[in-house]
Design a protein around this ligand. Structure first.
Ligand code: BDR
Ligand code: CA
Length: 314
């Protein structure tokens, strides 16, 4: 059994990642923490609770609300043109009887790492603020974390919020750089690979056709939420009835590392500049900068990844 804790800014692609993790055999989600990004940290938690209720896992998944601002500066606010007004494509999922914990996200991260020493994979799908706060508060957890897989950043692919920056890292560069410097086993699932994997209208048809009886509400939810996400991707990226697979690919890579090819290099996150604030700086020189090594996903088996994603519900 692989234990994972997910940190998310529960928008549309986060929601599919969470549902996949809850349905993938051999995976146990020990908790979900939320932060601001696609939506507020509180709305992300509300969305997460409803998604857990929709998935009905046979065990309890605690949800904790985290940072509603980056380490430096303020959150810019939600992005309804990408993720709808509620973060999950304006789909009104049934309310969950479960409530978020009173415990803040960073404390849940610390508690779960200590509860599962060397056996917990942390997967971050938004800004790294909650993880950075946990590391600041309890630096002793670093050697206890099995590994961290994050969706964010880009090495060679163009950025999505500036020519060289991806949204999750640009949203809190200081937090990301703190995590990069911590000395964790850290894997980047960035735009280099997430832009290679596409969820198409045909895939949605297959999901609805083959979804197990108990997963039919999930298939219907994904179909509905995708309307907003497809529209954004059509207007912004010329995608005709398909979209990149960002956050689900981070969970997929955490669960099945054979899906991706990795290059390793010392890396930091640029915390200054106008166009480069939030950029991943990986050093492939013979005598690189003094920084911990980052595992960077550079290639992905796109067909296998998307089929594995859909098969979790069939
Ligand atoms: C990332 O930004 C968010 O909008 C998505 O949920 C994903 O985590 C892609 O750049
Ligand atoms: Ca996200």
């Amino acid at each position: 059994m692989q234990n994972i804790l997910i940190d998310a800014d529960t928008g549309i692609d986060d929601s599919i990642a969470i549902l996949f993790a809850l349905k993938q055999p051999g995976v146990r989600v020990v908790g979900v923490t939320t932060g601001c990004g696609n939506t507020s940290a509180a709305q992300a938690a509300e969305n997460t609770l409803r998604l857990i209720h929709l998935a009905q896992p046979p065990y309890n998944v605690p949800v904790a609300i985290g940072a509603n601002a980056p380490l430096v500066g303020q959150w810019d606010g939600p992005v309804p043109h990408i993720h709808g007004n509620n973060g999950i494509g304006d789909v009104e999922l049934p309310v969950s009887p479960q409530k978020p914990l009173a415990e803040p996200a960073c404390d849940l991260i610390i508690r779960m790492v200590r509860k599962h020493p060397h056996q917990l994979t942390l997967v971050t799908l938004g800004r790294m603020t909650n993880l950075a706060l946990a590391l600041e508060k309890a630096p002793d957890i670093v050697p206890l974390v099995k590994n961290v897989v994050f969706m964010g950043g880009t090495l060679h692919h163009p950025g999505n919020v500036s020519p060289v920056c991806e949204a999750n890292l640009a949203g809190d560069p200081e937090a990301a750089d703190l995590v990069f410097r911590a000395g964790l086993d850290l894997t980047m699932v960035g735009l280099d690979v997430t832009m290679q994997v596409r969820l198409t209208a045909h895939h949605l048809d297959m999901l609805e056709k083959y979804a197990r009886e108990e997963n039919r509400p999930i298939a219907a939810y994904i179909r509905q939420a995708m309307k907003v996400y497809y529209q954004f991707n059509r207007l912004q990226n010329n995608c005709l009835d398909h979209c990149p697979v960002h956050d689900p690919l981070a969970v997929l890579a955490a669960v099945d590392p054979s899906l991706v090819t990795i290059r390793r290099a010392p890396a930091r996150v640029e915390c200054g500049g106008t166009f480069c604030r939030g950029m991943v700086v990986a050093d492939f020189r013979e005598h690189p900068i003094d920084a911990p090594y980052l595992s960077i996903c550079t290639e992905v088996d796109a067909r296998k990844a998307v089929e594995k994603l859909i098969t979790a519900f069939t």
